[in-house]
Design a protein. Sequence first.
Lengths: 581, 161
Amino acid sequence: MSAQSATLKSKEELIQKWSKPEVITGSEMLLRSLLLEGVECVFGYPGGAVLYIYDAMYGFDDFKHLLTRHEQGAIHAADGYARSTGKVGVCIATSGPGATNLVTGIATAYMDSVPLVVITGNVATSLIGTDAFQEADIVGITMPITKHSYLVRKVEDLPRIIHEAFHIANTGRKGPVLIDIPKDVSAAKGLFKPVTSVQLRGYNPTVQPNRMQVDKMLRAIEQAERPLLLVGGGAIYSGAHEELYEFVTKTQIPVTTTLLGLGAFPSGHELHIGFPGMHGTWTANTAIQNSDLLINIGARFDDRVTGRLDGFAPNAKIVHIDIDPAEIGKNVPTDIPIVGDVKAVLKVANESAKRADKADAWRAQIQQWKAAKPFKYIDSDKELKPQWVISMIHETTGGDAIVTTDVGQHQMWAAQFYPFNKPRSWVTSGGLGTMGFGFPSAIGAQMGNPDRTVVSINGDGGMQMCAQELAVCAINNIPVKVAILNNQVLGMVRQWQELIYDNRYSHIDLAGSPDFVKLAEAYGVKAFRATNKEEARRAWTEALNHPGPAVVEFVVRKEENVYPMVTQGSTIDQMIMGDAE
Amino acid sequence: MNRKHTIAILVNDQPGVLQRVSGLFGRRGFNIESITVGPSEEPGLSRMVIVTTGDDHTLEQIQKQLYKLIDVIKVIDVGSNPMVARELGLIKVSAEPSARPEILGIVETFRAAVVDISPTSLIVQVVGDSEKIEAMIELLKPYGIRELARTGVTALTRGVK
């Protein structure tokens, strides 16, 4: 393992070894460059066009290569690694089908601004454009879903391109960068000289904010009677949770964190009011609609947060802090735009931020709402309720696990009933809403966080979209704890069909899915099934105590819906509250 | 309010850069009325000139989204300043000998040029802003336009900046 070899030789010795200028192949340049970027683990799948690269990895142990069972598993794992560590995730796939199998993962990372370097092989340069075996124009295919991409034409360009790719992926608004390497380029020899600086004239993200704009925001806070912070994933990606905490402590403004912002601010804090939007808290949605000053910190006014745009935050002056100027004013007209890195902006703001003194009545009002309108569900002793299962998982992991999910009901219940107190603990496909993301991303998160408990919460639908990666957990003893909330149906689709399509349940029945316990056991993974609370608690505890990977299938009530719910086309204060309310 | 905008974009002269720019317009739902590309004053950089329509919000989004492309160095809203915008049109028009004097009269009035003559047709070359080219086309229509090629608008702001 990489960690062991790194302790045997000193880091400096290794860097010196890797940096030594010499004539080597493109494949060796790639590996050296990855090492010099600090890569510890790559996720990949070999094939014809990357044979030279994999040949260079033969017997190579300076970083770990995890062989997944599908390229999609590799890229989601790299994504989970990146989201949970803040480092760049790296994956490798071959040309053609290998590369196109990455597309969903690239789009997932792009939508949620996750830094990835995606390496694909391609056919030899002489064959490009001839419809050669396993040829696909992956640079062209992924142009709309990458931050940038490269087709490497000369072996001498590789070190520069790799260094630029890491720089672009993990600065500014982060995102996936694709490097397509034709087979002859990975085979060709050239002089390797490490590249340590970038010169990109067209790429200079604004990090430091305009102080006048920050002052305008601070003055607006002094005047505001009903101020609110809307905190998004940008606060986590810029590592700004401490600055945010200080800002809230100084201003005493209530905080709502978006789905991707969960963990940026401690959920247990009295000023935290949960997440807003389609299935968010009554308090967060009501507070947004009633606020007179809404300060968006690194969120992007996604439609799942805003609901009907023309009725969103109708009384609020809007402040928007974002590193991506294109987000400001894109969906919601902005009164005070602040372009900059969230951490840098809050540092400046904290120098002179003062308590929002006119907002005492508002704070009291919000406390009252919060107490009256928590997430609710009707519990049962006869059947397992998914919300109870999530609460039990929260309790048994001390609220301290890294939790990953796909998209759908289980994702919303996890967001509602697993409150996070630390950043980089919540890995979920927000923007793209990708089924099959949660489980492989948990593998990546565990690779990046060997000492933390990693829980993958899945539905029975999404689990079947990447279940093959159970093999990776078993073979490498990656101790991910997999919870499957099995309601034998595509739950969120069922919910929409019930509430919006007059109970016309069309093609959502997942009965006849495999026995998940047997499936896991077939891969050599310990597995349990639970149908009531007692079994659930016992099985889950046993799974947590097991030193390796484990799967627990929770058979839960099929008809359970996620509430509150804002239907599409409604403003966010028009919530369906469900039976428990 | 929808208006016509002329945007100049300085880009790295890299393979695929036209695809990046035109693809961005396509997927964000921005329309392209015309696009021209060629070398700029600086080696390694190309100048694209795109004519698009949209309201001010759309124009702002176009500019911001373009700046996100790594190969885009500078975006200039040429149309917001006094500018010189020119297009070249080649019009192959039916021209029996009897009709030629009239056609040549139109060409002369427009300070256009005849660049090819065959027994039954002429190619007229006209340079100017788009309105001028359109006026020329209208006037030549009655004689029978056989083929038409337009370059699209290229433009620079006037003065030193």
